[in-house]
Every structure is written in C-alpha cells, then in structure tokens.
Ligand binder design. Structure first.
Ligand code: SF4
Length: 698
C-alpha cells in the first residue's frame, strides 16, 4: 500500500488515514479506495498507539461496510408487519408526527431517547441530548446505565475524578475483572510491553484466561466477591504497614474507620468468602503494595453486580492508600479536552422526574440521565408514569439489557419505536421505523485518548467514504428536530461546522486537525495535581468515609455485601439453582451483540457456548457439544456445552450478545445495585438441565 494521506473528503481513489471507531482502541488504519470502494485495509506502522496493529474487527471493516444485510434505506413497518423502504423525508415526517401525537396525548415524558455506542459516534450523544431537551422529555439514557458510569461515580465520590492507569510506567499492573486481550487489544500490547520491561502482572478473574495464565499472580475468585477480596487486601496492607502513611495522613479522611472495618476481613475469612486462598490474597496484596508505582484496571465486570459500586470504591481506596494516585506509573488524572458545551437551558421545567431519579439519586446527580434498566417498569406498570414511545440509536436492548425477555415484551408493547442502526437487529425488528446509520468511515468525529490511554490528545477521524445512501447520525437528529420545530437548536449548516463549534475553546479547527493525524496534544500531565488544587471532593481529600453517601442513606465506607443471588445470600434458592452463572465476557471478534453476520468474525466464535468444568459435566452427565437448558429465576435458554478446566466446577460462563442463546434472558433487572442501578449480570444463580430428547432420538 502506498503512503496514506489525511483529508480524504470527496476522494474516491487513493490511500487515506482513518481512525478505527469500533472500540476505544483508536487504532490507526490506512484505507485504500478505488472508485469509492475499499480495496485494502492495513494498520499504520507509524501510529503512536496501535503501531501497525489492527484486530480482527478492524480487518473486517470492508465486510461491515459492504455487508449485504446492512440497512441501506429507511424502513417502515407496514400493517401486515412487513417492511417497506421509504424515503428519508417520509420516514422523518412519520416519526415527527407520531412523537408529537404521543406528546399531545400523554406528555413529552412518555417518550424516552436512548443512545448506545453500537455504530453511532460518541459525539452523537450530545446532539441527541439537544433533541430530547428541545422535545421536552426528561428521559434520556445511554449505555452508561450498565457500563462505565458506576466506576466513574465510585471514583468521583472517592477522589473527585476518574483516573487512568499509566501501565507503561508501572512496576505492577493489576487487571481486576478486565481482559483487554479480548476487549481492547492495543491496551494489552502496552501492558505486555510493561511486563517485558519488568512490571509484575496480577490478574483477578474467575476464569483462567490466556491473560491470567501469563500473570505472576492469578486470583480465581468466586464471581461477585471482588469487594471482599479488596477488603482482604486492604487488611493485609494496613496490618503490615504497607500503605503510604504520609499520603494517608495528609490526603485522606476516614482511614481509621476503614482500618477498623477491614480488621474484620482477615485473609482467612476472605478465603471462605472468595475461594481464593489466604496465602494468595497476602501474596497479591504484598506484590501490589511493595511495587509502586502500581496501577489497577477496574473492568466493567466489577460494575455488574448488586454490590458493584462499593466494590469499586474499595479498589479505588486500595490504590489511594498505597500512594499510587496521580503519580507516573500509577492512576493518573488526565484532564478531558475543554470543548464547547452543547448544553442549552430550556425555559420549560420538566414537571415529571427523570426515570430512576428518586430511586438512584446519585446516578442521576452524576449523569443527569434516566436509568434505562427500569424503563420496563414504566412501560408495563406506568411507574412512575408510562413510557409510550422510544428512539433507540446504536443500541440493541433486546440482547444487551438485563432481563431481556421482559425488555423485548416491553419494547414490543410501545405505541411507537424508532431504531437507528446498521443492521436489522433483534430490537430493530420490533420497531415501527428503522433508519440506517453511517459507519465510522462515513462520518466525521472527534476522538480522544485521554481516558483510554491517559494521553491528553484530541484528533479528528474524518469521513473517508461517501456513504451516499445514509445520513450521518448528526444529521438524523438535526433533520428530525427541524421537522418538529426545534431547528433553532441545531444552528450548524454541516457536520464540520458543528465540530468547529466544539473545537473553538481549544483554538482548533477541523482543517487544522486534519494536519494532525496522530492528534493534537491539548495539555500536559504534570502529576500530583492534588498538591496544587486538592482533590475535587467536598473535603478536598480522598473520601474513604463519604458523607455524601451517608447523606443519601448509603454506607459511607466501602462495605462488602453478598451478591443478591448467591449460595450464601439465598441458600433456599441455591438449593434449586446450585451453579453460579456469569455472563458477558467479551470475545475479540464482537462488541456486545454486533458483527455476528460478518463471516470472518463469525468464524472466530461461530456459536454461543456455555463453559462448564469437565468434573461438573461428568456429575451432570452432560457431554461436550451437547445442547442443554440453562435456567435462572428469570427464564431459560438452550445452549451447547463447551467442556473446560478454566472455570471452577461451581461456576458456568455464558457469552452475551447472541440471539440464538440470549444470555440476558437469564439476567435480572429487579434487584439492582442500590447506588448505581446497575444489574447483576456477572453473578447469578442458575441450573443446567439436560434437554429432553424425543423418544425417536434416544
Ligand atoms: S482494537 Fe480493533 S476494533 Fe478496536 S480500534 Fe483497534 S482495530 Fe478497531
């Protein structure tokens, strides 16, 4: 491939630089076009993050763009339940009319707007927010209802900011409920580099993954007991005086109360809770505390428990008291780029509360969003009021939200559902109108590596392809708003115009960013910001004891509670459902429910499989490849068995995102984390039943 250039707009033939937008990896890719068609894709060897690497998803971009099953025109469901291609004008006018009807009949709050990250750009959220505010509904939600926000909240409440692990400069890296080999390979490349330079690696994962096998210390814990494990490690560190006394004295509040609380979690007791031996707990605690600077990656898996928020608090406190905050190689605070805000004040005040505002007030305070996990209550029970219509952009709730059976029935019962996506997803099938989304190659968007790699850089991923048949998602919101009389809230003439507005405070422009293919460095990390400004908390210190939590009726210390469904918390249920089910681990070829129809990725993981330890399988008399029924209190799915020795015999693993065996049929949206409202997708009680065979198949 010849050398790639930037500024590709309007070009049909040539080699162009792009930034992969399929995950947070921000890999640099070179795209060769001939007459507007992709002929080759390569990683950019000179790219400072990805250094020539692209994962199987990046290599499958041509398949994704040209997929025969991609939605290429707006679709309207007809009376007979069939789909009819319609013009953009007809589809947008229909949606505008229906939303106005619902607003007139039930009030604006009866429409919810949900934006995920499946195929729509992150910046799209900002424009969708302008739309929902102009429309007047209080109900706007994002994937943050079950991803990332709980971690963000726990860190904000403890330190006032969400830090980023600086793994390349660490002497010890802890991956806690996180496997970047599957979810963010460029980050794994950095971790491998740090390990080659001598950093120790600790992995905390209930499964002996390939990453865990490479670790110096792997703690294979019982799913959902991470909080107890963190308390056990704190116990060792405090008892053995391995914490940073100066930092603790000067910069924390509540340390004495914490010390008293964790004294009740000696490793021997924690062993009984977590199944990790006391010796391993001590080994990991000492390895981490004696090898500063050290950093901890807190994975999404930690959030998806009924005790997830407090677990993350405990881990955050672990990295604070060991003196690893905002130091090179520790957990660093990297400022976000100061872009122009797209918020605007509405004159009308919402008469109705946001859904979830009363139940999860801190989630609301930190996000100003609805908690989507309880939309089903509003739809079915009218609590706190009915939801009758929804716009779902870049999200597939039928496969990715907890208690999917209920979610599917709820969405099917709406008076009007609009979906924006690349493919006819299981959620799109329930819609009245479906709009095609542009791929990341067909739209321009900003990217930043501040919160993924700790690099304060911002860049432009400029459109490479002319995807003539669809609008960029920015245009979707603008066009819909225009038809409903809210055009004044979208004053920009073009996507570039809107991005230029965002960039103004930095003195940057789209044209300028096109000349910075590896991004513009907008800030310099100086370290120990707290010594100059204090922590961004009410006390200006690390709040081990949080009065804010106490004020809202939550435990002010990072207490451990058993998962709502566990052999210890509900032994009467565990009698019938004796296995611990964990769902949702990532596979490298997929992001949640996406890309199953792309042949090269499907070959990597052709079908959903429940992983069962071979001893347990022997006990249950089930064989490798046999189809079984896995059941929880919510429902059951049929799925093939994969025998393994990588999991504890008491634990089973099911991947999510498959329609054929939808793991979220099994998960729960009734008992949620009391602070964040996050669901328990990673630790539930389940049983395996042999599938009944017909007598002629016996
Ligand atoms: S890791 Fe893969 S999906 Fe993520 S940005 Fe890189 S190439 Fe794209």
């Amino acid at each position: 491939m010849t050398e790639a250039v930037s500024s590709p707009e309007g070009a049909e033939t040539g080699v162009y630089r792009a930034v992969c937008g399929l995950c947070d990896g921000c890999c640099g890719i070179s795209i060769a076009l001939e007459n507007g068609q992709i002929v080759q894709i390569e990683g950019q060897k000179d790219h400072p993050i990805s250094k020539g690497y692209i994962c199987p998803k990046g290599r499958a971009v041509k398949e994704m763009v040209e997929a025969p099953d991609r939605i290429r025109r707006p679709l309207k469901k007809t009376g007979g339940g069939l789909w009819q291609e319609v013009s953009w004008d007809e589809a947008l006018n229909l949606v505008a009319r229906k939303l106005e009807e619902i607003k007139a009949k039930y009030g604006a709050e009866a429409v919810a707007v949900h934006v995920g990250q499946a195929g729509v750009r992150k910046e799209s959220i900002l424009y969708a927010k302008r739309f929902y505010r102009a429309f007047g509904t209080p109900n706007f939600s994002t994937a943050g209802s079950h991803c990332h926000i709980s971690k963000m909240m726990a860190n904000m409440i403890t330190y006032g900011e969400l830090p980023v692990p600086d793994c390349l400069n660490s002497r010890c890296i802890m991956l806690w409920g996180y496997n970047p080999m599957a979810s963010c390979p460029p980050l794994m490349n950095n971790i491998n580099e740090a390990v080659r330079r001598g950093a120790s690696l600790i992995v905390i994962d209930p499964k002996a993954t390939l990453t865990a096998k490479r670790a110096d210390c792997h703690l294979q814990l019982r799913p959902g007991t991470d909080g107890a494990l963190a308390l056990g490690m704190l116990n060792v560190i405090i008892k053995e005086g391995l914490y940073d006394r100066d930092f603790v004295d000067k910069w924390t509040i509540g340390f004495e109360r914490l010390a008293k609380y964790v004294a009740d979690y000696p490793p021997e007791k924690v062993e009984r809770i977590t199944w990790v031996t006391a010796d391993k707990i001590k080994e990991a605690a000492r390895l981490y505390a004696k090898n500063s600077p050290a950093c901890i990656y807190q994975g999404i898996a930690l959030e998806l428990h009924t005790n997830g928020f407090q677990t993350i608090r405990a881990i955050s406190i672990l990295q604070a008291i060991t003196g690893n905050l905002d130091v090179c190689g520790g957990a660093i605070f990297v400022p976000a780029a100061k872009l122009a805000s797209l918020k605007f004040k509405t004159t009308e005040r919402n008469a109705k509360p946001v859904i979830g505002q009363d139940e999860f007030p801190l989630f609301y305070k930190h996000t100003r969003q609805a908690q989507a996990n309880i939309y089903t209550r509003a739809i079915f029970e009218g609590e706190p009021y009915p939801i009758k219509g929804m716009i779902v952009a870049g999200s597939n709730p039928v496969l990715t939200w907890p208690n999917a059976g209920k979610v599917k029935s709820a969405l099917a019962s709406l008076e009007f559902l609009v979906v924006v996506d690349h493919f006819m997803t299981e959620t799109a099938r329930l819609a009245n109108v479906v709009f095609p989304a542009a791929t990341f190659l067909g739209r321009s968007e900003l990217w930043s590596t501040a919160h993924s790699f700790g690099m304060p850089k911002i860049g432009l991923a400029a459109a490479v392809l002319q995807e003539k048949y669809n609008m960029s998602d920015w245009e979707f919101w603008k066009e819909l708003a225009g038809r409903m009389g809210y055009g004044e809230y979208f004053p920009w003439k073009s996507e570039e115009d809107a991005i230029n507005f965002r960039l103004e405070p930095l003195g940057l422009t789209v044209e300028g960013l096109k000349r910075e293919p590896f991004g513009y460095t907008y800030n310099k990390w100086a370290g120990k910001k707290y010594e100059r400004e204090g922590f961004n908390t009410p006390s200006g210190k690390v709040e081990i004891y949080s009065e804010e939590l106490e004020k809202h009726g939550y435990d002010p210390l990072p207490v451990y509670k058993e998962p709502a469904e566990s052999p210890k918390s509900v032994p009467e249920i565990a009698g019938d459902y004796p296995l611990i089910l964990t769902t949702g681990a990532r596979a490298i070829g997929y992001v949640h429910s996406r890309f199953r129809s792309l042949p090269s990725l499907r070959r990597l993981s052709p079908e959903p499989l429940v992983e069962v330890h071979k001893d347990k399988a022997g006990e249950l008399k089930i064989k490798d490849g046999e189809t079984v029924v896995v059941e929880t209190l919510r429902g059951s799915i049929e799925i093939k068995v994969k025998l393994t020795d990588k999991v504890d015999p008491r634990v089973i693993f099911i991947p999510h995102g498959w329609n054929d065996a939808n793991a979220n049929i099994l998960t729960d949206n009734e008992i949620l984390d009391p602070v964040s409202g996050f669901p328990a997708a990673r630790a539930l009680l389940a049983r395996i039943i042999k599938k009944k065979t017909c007598f002629w198949n016996k």
